[in-house]
Design a protein around this ligand. Structure first.
Ligand code: PMP
Length: 308
């Protein structure tokens, strides 16, 4: 069972999670016309009165950008304000995943975005490691990532996750932990809910934003970190055969953080993963506010626990 945070934000107010329910006729449920964010909220290991949100502004911007595709004007500042209050209301005690969701909330029939009410809710749940930080096995999916010409890939649109779901289930049911999806050009794209990186000859390589990948916030953070650490970074198309002989491969995402890949189908990857490990340690230290250089990436919310 999931361990949900007690308070949700729903229809413009904070209510008990169990009371935040929608109708079976909700438009978004039928047409996949929703968009979401996924963020981690972690108790500050050094201050029990604070909850840490990693790159809050970026997450709010991406959700606001996704809402635009639904013809819903939801400013990033407004999302941020609600998320901070959401954390203050819930005072989470363990690492959580926060799910803000925008959607067509009207009850009408017909796939469209005009003349349909829109709304926004937020809920959260306790979440430990989504993938093992020690390494995962992957297969190439028989399902391909959508193309930007038929799907707004710069939004995190709920309908896209049918492809992720098909790919993840196919991978798990055939004995792997995760799926690697190709794009329509047959180039390596991303995993079911993570971006992908490989290391070859000391270079950190990831598919560019023109390769139909999601604009991952962890991806962006890793590219900045690697540059700062003096690791050469290249954004370009990756062939399947290159990935199979890479020195290191890892997946990145808010839920998964950095998950090293130890095997792709029948190709074992080297067990030594120096660059992956370095980035993994750095990213965890930053999200826990243990790294002074990246403090502006961490938004601390005071929850007033000591005054309870
Ligand atoms: N790709 C997909 C399809 C995803 O769902 C996610 C998770 N949001 C990512 C990549 C990674 O994005 P982020 O680092 O922003 O969590």
């Amino acid at each position: 069972m999931h361990d949900f945070l007690p308070i949700a934000y729903f229809e413009n107010k904070f209510v008990p999670f169990a009371e935040a329910n929608i109708s079976i006729a909700t438009h978004a449920l039928h047409y996949g016309t929703g968009a979401f964010a996924g963020m981690r909220a972690i108790p500050d290991p050094n201050d029990s009165d604070r909850i840490l949100l990693f790159r809050l502004d970026r997450h709010c911007q991406r959700l606001s950008q996704s809402a635009k595709f639904l013809q819903y004007d939801l400013p990033a500042d407004k999302i941020k304000h609600i998320l901070v209050e959401f954390i203050q209301q819930n005072k989470p005690q363990v690492s959580c995943y926060i799910r803000p969701f925008v959607y067509t909330s009207g009850l009408g029939i017909a796939p469209r975005l005009h003349k349909v009410e829109k709304n926004f809710f937020v809920y959260g749940l306790a979440l430990g490691d989504y993938l093992s930080p020690d390494g995962v096995t992957c297969r190439f999916s028989s399902w391909y990532r959508q193309e930007d010409r038929s799907f707004p890939l710069r939004g995190k649109i709920s309908a896209a996750y049918i492809t992720s779901s098909l790919a993840k289930t196919e991978a798990v049911e055939s004995g792997f932990d995760e799926a690697i999806l190709m794009n329509s050009q047959g180039k390596v794209c991303e995993a079911s809910g993570m971006n992908i990186f490989m290391i070859r000859r000391g270079e950190l390589i990831t598919p560019g934003l023109d390769q139909d990948v999601l604009e991952g916030i962890t991806r962006d953070s890793i590219l900045i970190l690697a540059k700062d650490m003096g690791i050469p970074v290249v954004e370009r198309a990756i062939d399947k055969s290159e990935l199979l002989i890479a020195d290191e491969v890892f997946l990145s995402g808010t839920a998964a953080k950095i998950a090293p890949v130890k095997r792709i189908e029948n190709y074992e990857l080297p067990s030594e993963k120096p660059i992956t490990t370095q980035l993994q340690e750095k990213l965890v230290a930053i999200t826990e506010n243990r790294d002074r250089h990246y403090q502006d990436w961490v938004h601390a919310v005071a929850i007033g626990r000591s005054g309870d």
